[in-house]
Write a protein that binds this ligand. Structure first.
Ligand SMILES: CC(C)(COP(=O)(O)OP(=O)(O)OC[C@H]1O[C@@H](n2cnc3c(N)ncnc32)[C@H](O)[C@@H]1OP(=O)(O)O)[C@@H](O)C(=O)NCCC(=O)NCCS
Length: 170
């Protein structure tokens, strides 16, 4: 029988002091097109207060405080966009990616988003399978979206359930 390990990581809001460990993961998981420190600062600047348009979440290993995952959502005009989602390699397949995505989608509902979009590399089948499990459907491609390498992005969309169609948007 195969042992199944479920992530025990604790999810919490990402704060500025998490940027350094997040960058370490970012460079490991996205070596060709890692976000800069400034990009994370810029995103977090919109993540708090009554006019917040971002949700950034980190996953922390309760045993040693190590960050083992992070994810971010931007919301505007009734539309959510999964900006990033990543899990430390040694935690893949423990359900942590699903937990991070669940957190983002709960916040998409709170932001009154009617749909959520994302871009994913056409060769990233692991991530695509995760999104499909949550009901995301492919709607098109962005040619050469990922540079360097000139890799196409698959654009996927999820219609958020339970959102009023006449809402004021995000
Ligand atoms: C894509 C990514 C976030 C997925 O994270 P993850 O933690 O491995 O995702 P999950 O564990 O929730 O799901 C992955 C698999 O594990 C399985 N799984 C889920 N819970 C599980 C558990 N408790 N035990 C064992 N396996 C489990 C899922 O069924 C899934 O299998 P499937 O793909 O065959 O359906 C991760 O691989 C990653 O960070 N990749 C690099 C960065 C990246 O590509 N990000 C996406 C950019 S668009």
């Amino acid at each position: 029988m195969t042992a199944v390990t479920t992530s025990a990581a604790v999810l919490r809001e990402m704060r500025w002091w998490d940027i350094a460990p997040v960058l370490t993961l970012e460079h490991d998981l996205f070596p060709e097109d890692a976000w800069s420190e400034g990009m994370f600062w810029s995103e977090l600047a919109h993540a708090r207060g009554a006019r917040a348009t971002r949700r950034y979440v980190v996953a922390e290993d309760p045993a040693d405080g190590r960050l083992v995952g992070y994810a971010g959502l931007a919301a505007a005009g009734g539309l959510g966009d999964v900006q990033t989602i990543a899990v430390a390699r040694d935690q893949w397949g423990t359900g942590l990616g699903a937990r991070l995505l669940t957190d983002l989608l709960q916040h998409a509902t709170a932001f009154e988003c009617e749909e959520v979009l994302l871009e994913v590399r056409v060769d990233n089948t692991r991530a695509q399978k995760l999104y499909e499990r949550f009901g995301f459907e492919p709607i098109g491609f962005r040619r050469g979206y990922y540079q360097p390498g000139n890799v196409d992005a698959l654009v996927m969309r999820l219609t958020v359930q339970g959102t009023e169609t006449d809402s004021d948007g995000c």
